[in-house]
Design a protein around this ligand. Structure first.
Ligand SMILES: [Zn+2]
Length: 152
């Protein structure tokens, strides 16, 4: 005896939603890379809602297209999150270095983007020409302790 398609769909949706939760939480799948886990969880969520919105009669290749669209949408969503985290780190590194430079008696000029890079900046002290460099991942404070004016 086969159960109804409706019951099977309900059970399948429940199973997928449980899988999404496990992927997001991560403890059962701790060998999976975190970003990949979260992205696949997004793909599954989007796929369930896209399939629900598909018309009754639709060629199979358009069903497949819903899968590809879900993957692309999840990729874009996670790229945005990733970028905004990097931008936050960059801004925090700028504030930290500015505070440190000021405590050391330096006066930093404008931040200049390092050419050819997206999230790397450098600034020099107006008085001693000392250099600081930051990226989203690291900071380098090459200022001497206590600014010495006029010595480059
Ligand atoms: Zn200085």
């Amino acid at each position: 005896m086969s159960k109804s398609a409706e019951v099977e769909l309900t059970q399948l949706k429940h199973a997928i939603s449980y899988l999404v939760g496990l992927l997001e939480e991560g403890s059962l799948v701790d060998r999976y890379d975190k970003n990949t886990r979260e992205e696949i969880a997004s793909v599954l969520q989007m796929l369930v809602s896209k399939v629900a919105d598909l018309p009754d009669t639709i060629p199979e290749h358009l069903v497949q297209a819903a899968t590809v669209r879900s993957i692309i949408a999840a990729k874009e969503k996670h790229a945005e999150i990733h970028l905004s985290e990097e931008e936050e780190n960059l801004a925090r590194h700028m504030r930290e270095i500015e505070a440190a430079a000021s405590i050391q008696g330096h006066t930093l000029g404008e931040w200049e983007r390092v050419s050819g890079s997206k999230l790397e900046y450098q600034a020099t002290c107006r008085d001693c020409d000392g250099l600081v460099y930051i990226s989203h991942a690291s900071t380098y404070n090459l200022l001497i302790d206590g600014c010495v004016r006029g010595q480059a």
